[in-house]
Design a protein around this ligand. Structure first.
Ligand code: ADE
Ligand code: ZN
Length: 336
């Protein structure tokens, strides 16, 4: 349960965010502003009407509206403004470092040049108030050949991207569909992550590990259905980037009180807390910490573990990682 001291601790502790889709940080107000700026017409009369449409029944019902929202992004400045708004908001939650997902295919399919997308997001990361790096996600509902073409298109901008991921509709699109493109990305020295075990079964987590060779699992909350896999993932210190508010909004769990987060921690898994698509799911990263700690038996010890895990699992140079972890330890050692 959440008392005032724990609430303050969760808000003030230094943290990393490792699972945030930048297109999912687009607030309805900014969607309307960009629509007006670009002369794009929206099928909603007002900001309020758009927000009211955010009543999701599953992952697909969210994705349909999320891709529609992203259609207002046209110019490099649009991508810059969206990213800067997220970075400034994350800084207020004491996020020190963010690894930001973006979905280039959502934009290139509409005729937006690849470079416009990456340059806008990347320039905001250079100018923004916190450390931030980029992970390019492939849309798993599209063929692997599209993902391969996207990776080839990214090559001139290789230095602006630290890794690749896999997102969009999970069930029916198992990780092994993307074996070749992940192998190519690995040969390019890119970090590898994939959404797995959000709506899909533990077998998708296993093939993300064994076929794609990922270094983190995004979501992974369904892992508890397979005890052997839990033991393996715990032993390998493979991190899960868990997004509590997302899981409740998309009905992976009925209510926060039945979320598996505490059980995942008890199983020794390297759990982190993240916001996924904060504009759509009712909150940024601190809202996710607060909602989880409010509904589940979690205490200050768990807070410290989660903050440490977020930096341990980050794709940072050892020196930077040590510095951030020292900051976490100093923060908690000051608490009493
Ligand atoms: N794209 C944006 N958010 C996502 C999620 N939670 N799962 C899969 N794809 C996504
Ligand atoms: Zn996600």
């Amino acid at each position: 349960m959440l008392n005032t001291q724990l609430r303050h601790m969760l808000q003030a502790m230094p943290k990393a965010e490792l699972h945030i889709h930048i297109e999912g940080s687009l607030e309805p107000e900014l969607i309307f502003e960009l629509a007006q700026r670009n002369g794009v017409s929206l099928p909603y009369p007002s900001v309020e009407a758009l927000r009211e449409a955010y009543a999701f029944t599953d992952l697909q019902s969210f994705l349909d509206i999320y891709y529609a929202g992203a259609s207002v992004l046209i110019t490099e400045q649009d991508f810059y403004d969206m990213t800067m708004a997220y970075l400034e908001r994350a800084a207020r939650d004491n996020v020190r470092h963010a690894e930001i997902f973006f979905d280039p295919q959502t934009h290139t399919a509409r005729g937006i040049p690849f470079r416009t997308v990456v340059d806008g997001i990347w320039r905001a990361c250079q100018d923004g108030p916190i450390s931030a790096t980029l992970i390019m996600c492939f849309l798993r509902h599209l063929p692997e050949s599209d993902a391969i073409a996207t990776l080839e298109e990214a090559l001139p901008l290789r230095d602006k991207i630290i890794g690749v991921g896999l997102d969009s509709s999970e069930v029916g699109h198992p990780p092994e569909k993307f074996a070749r493109v992940f192998e190519r990305a690995r040969n390019l020295g890119l970090h590898l992550v994939a959404h797995a075990g959000e709506e899909g079964p533990p077998a998708y987590i296993e093939s993300a590990l064994d076929v794609l060779n990922v270094e983190r699992i995004d979501h992974g909350v369904r892992i508890l259905d397979d005890a052997d896999l839990v033991a393996r993932v715990a032993r390998e210190r493979m991190a899960l980037t868990v997004c509590p508010l997302s899981n409740v909004k998309l009905r992976v769990f009925d209510v926060m009180g039945s979320h598996s987060l505490r059980r995942l921690l008890d199983a020794g898994l390297a759990v982190t807390i993240n916001s996924d698509d904060p504009a759509y799911f009712g909150g940024y990263v601190n809202d996710n910490y607060l909602a989880a700690f409010d509904a589940l038996p979690l205490d200050a010890g768990h807070a410290r573990t989660l903050a440490r895990n977020s930096f341990e699992a980050a794709f940072l140079e050892p020196e930077q990682k040590r510095a951030f972890l020292a900051e976490v330890d100093a923060f908690f050692n000051q608490q009493h």
